[in-house]
Write a protein that binds this ligand. Structure first.
Ligand SMILES: Nc1ncnc2c1ncn2[C@@H]1O[C@H](COP(=O)(O)OP(=O)(O)OP(=O)(O)O)[C@@H](O)[C@H]1O
Ligand SMILES: O=C(O)C1=C[C@@H](O)[C@@H](O)[C@H](O)C1
Ligand SMILES: [Mg+2]
Length: 170
C-alpha cells in the first residue's frame, strides 16, 4: 500500500501540495473534489444548490471509497471528507494520512478569491471557518499519521519536507 491521503481544512493546500508531491514520489495524483466535478460535469456550488450538502457528501463518500482502493496514489480530499466515519475508516486503512494545518488568517487569505466553496458564501467566512475547524480538528487528528503546518507558505518546500518525513521512520 503506497497511498498518501491529504486531509485538512479549505485553504490548507491539499490540492496544491498533492499536485507537487505525486510526481516527485512517482505516484498518480487524484483530487476528490475534482473527480466529483469531472464525473458530474458541474461545479461543487451547483451540486450544493441542487442536491444540498448531503447530496454532495454522498458523492464524496462514493468517490473516496473508489479512489482509496487504488494503489500508488496521492489523494487530496475535500475539507469535509473526514465528517463521515466510513470515509475516515477508508482513509486510515488504505494509506498514510497527512493532516495539513493552516492558521486562520492564511486560510482566509487563500480562500478569499474563490467563489467555488459554497460553505464560505456567507457574511462572515472567518466565523464559518472557525466553527468548521472546531468540529473537524479532532476528526483530522484522529486519522493523521503525520501533521504538517503549512504556514511556512511555500508549497514546494512543504512538499519536500513531506517527502522527507514520509521516508523516515515515525
Ligand atoms: N503553502 C502555500 N503557500 C501559499 N499559497 C498556498 C499554499 N498552499 C495553497 N496555497 C494557495 O491557497 C489556495 C487554496 O489552496 P488549495 O486549493 O490547494 O487548498 P485545499 O486544501 O485543496 O482546499 P479545499 O479543501 O477547498 O479543496 C490556492 O490559491 C493556492 O495557490
Ligand atoms: O470543507 C468543506 O466542507 C468543503 C471543502 C471543499 O474541498 C469542497 O469539498 C466543498 O466545498 C466542501
Ligand atoms: Mg482542494
Amino acid at each position: 500500500m503506497r497511498n498518501i491521503f491529504l486531509v485538512g481544512p479549505m485553504g490548507a493546500g491539499k490540492t496544491t501540495i498533492g499536485r507537487k508531491l505525486a510526481p516527485a514520489l512517482g505516484l498518480s495524483f487524484y483530487d476528490s473534489d475534482e473527480a466529483i466535478i469531472t464525473r458530474t460535469g458541474v461545479d461543487i456550488a451547483t451540486i450544493f444548490d441542487i442536491e444540498g450538502e448531503s447530496g454532495f457528501r454522498e458523492r464524496e463518500s462514493r468517490i473516496i471509497d473508489e479512489l482509496t482502493q487504488h494503489d500508488g496514489i496521492v489523494l487530496a480530499t475535500g475539507g469535509g471528507a473526514v465528517l463521515r466515519a466510513d470515509n475516515r475508516e477508508h482513509l486510515k486503512a488504505r494509506g498514510r494520512v497527512v493532516y495539513l494545518t493552516v492558521p486562520i488568517e492564511l486560510q482566509l487569505k487563500r480562500t478569499r478569491r474563490d467563489s467555488q466553496r459554497p460553505l464560505l458564501q456567507t457574511a462572515n467566512p472567518r466565523e464559518r471557518l472557525e466553527s468548521l475547524q472546531r468540529e473537524r480538528e479532532p476528526l483530522y487528528r484522529s486519522i493523521a499519521d503525520i501533521v504538517v503546518d503549512t504556514a511556512a507558505n511555500d508549497s514546494r518546500r512543504l512538499a519536500r519536507e513531506l517527502i522527507q518525513r514520509l521516508s523516515s521512520p515515525d
